[in-house]
Ligand binder design. Structure first.
Ligand SMILES: C[S@@+](CC[C@H](N)C(=O)[O-])C[C@H]1O[C@@H](n2cnc3c(N)ncnc32)[C@H](O)[C@@H]1O
Length: 320
């Protein structure tokens, strides 16, 4: 079972995106060292991203199958400890480039809540720059003129923002909020960026620098139980906007996801969901993704756009 999982990861996730992870994942599937190591962990701690991130954190990036076996033989205890205490919490601030066209259409002052915020980097959209090809937007908030620029390919009909939304209050909810002021949390976020994705890593570091100066408020809690309490803290004189990106797939049972969707639709808030189309298949009807792996961006359950999973593209599909 573990071997099959790693072969599937190699073929469907790593192929074309990370030659190194593709090679290492195929190796894990046939390496007795790797399989023995993974068998001692609970099934929900055997994921490829968790293994590779933990190994990189302890020993640096293993650049060959032999180096991976060697790392597990020499440092198995430390690697297992990380895999048992950490989860995959990849925080991708570039997703703001795909969220902003939806956010910027809201004219009123916004009280913004991110569900599944990780370190909260997506809560700071006005601190970053954007390049959608035919349009750029420089940050409205900068301290020293240093900021990441997120490039995002936008389809012709995408309503590209000319200004930032007026975010007057913001907060994030996460099972395990990561702290931008803690070097060990930031090292974990860096280890989760796939090895060949140098530009993503550079921009992540730039966003982390900004977040350290302007740490977003993050609350520990479960989206299935603790969101109402946070919503109740939002100022009444602002439009409440609740968004999440790459989070609801962590809720394994569809009925729980559907409960969450019903709750959001009844909440009176603007609900922006940017998730794999498998998360809410009921909203994905009537439109086909331009390529596999895209996320579906919805506002209150109505599809707005297909987006690149790392915010690298947006194809607008809403009629207006
Ligand atoms: C892949 S990360 C995405 C982070 C961020 N939304 C982004 O797009 O960069 C998923 C995050 O969701 C959080 N998460 C997963 N299940 C959750 C739950 N039931 N309640 C709150 N947060 C959850 C995880 O802890 C993790 O930080």
């Amino acid at each position: 079972m573990i071997a099959e999982r790693y072969v599937r990861f190699a073929r469907t996730e790593a192929a074309g995106r990370s030659p190194l992870y593709e090679k290492l994942a195929h190796h894990v599937a046939s390496s007795s060292v790797c399989l023995r190591f993974l068998e001692q962990l609970p099934p929900d701690r055997q994921q490829p991203n968790l293994l590779f991130g933990a190994v990189r954190l302890v020993t640096g990036t293993p650049t060959s199958p032999e180096a991976l076996d060697g790392a597990l033989l020499a440092h198995g205890g430390a690697i297992a400890a990380i895999m048992l205490s950490r989860t995959t919490q990849t925080n991708e601030p570039a997703r703001c480039a795909a969220l902003l066209p939806a956010l910027a259409r809201i004219e009123d002052p916004i009280a913004l809540i991110e569900v599944g915020a990780s370190a909260g980097l997506c809560l700071l959209p006005e601190y970053y720059g954007y390049d959608w090809g035919r349009q750029r937007l420089d940050p409205s908030m900068t301290d020293d003129g240093v900021f990441p620029i997120f490039e995002c390919t936008a389809s012709e009909t995408t309503p590209l923002p000319t200004h930032f939304p007026d975010i007057v209050w913001r907060a994030g909810l996460d099972l395990n909020p990561l702290d931008v002021t803690k070097s060990e949390d930031m090292a974990w976020l860096e280890a989760l960026v796939w090895p060949e994705h140098h530009l993503r890593l550079e921009r992540l570091r730039a966003a982390m620098r900004i977040a350290r100066k302007h740490p977003p408020r993050l609350v520990k809690g479960d989206l299935t139980r603790d969101l109402d309490a946070l919503m109740a803290q939002a100022p009444q004189n602002a439009a409440l906007v609740i968004f999440h990106t790459a989070v609801l797939s962590y809720i394994p049972h569809q009925p729980l996801r559907d409960d969450f969707a019903r709750h959001m639709l009844a909440s009176g808030a603007v609900w922006l969901s940017n998730e794999s189309e498998r998360v809410f298949p009921q909203f994905a009807t009537g439109s086909t993704a331009p390529e596999s792996g895209r996320f579906l961006l919805c506002r209150n359950g109505k599809p707005l756009a297909w987006t690149g999973p790392h915010g690298q593209s947006i194809d607008w599909i809403a009629p207006d």
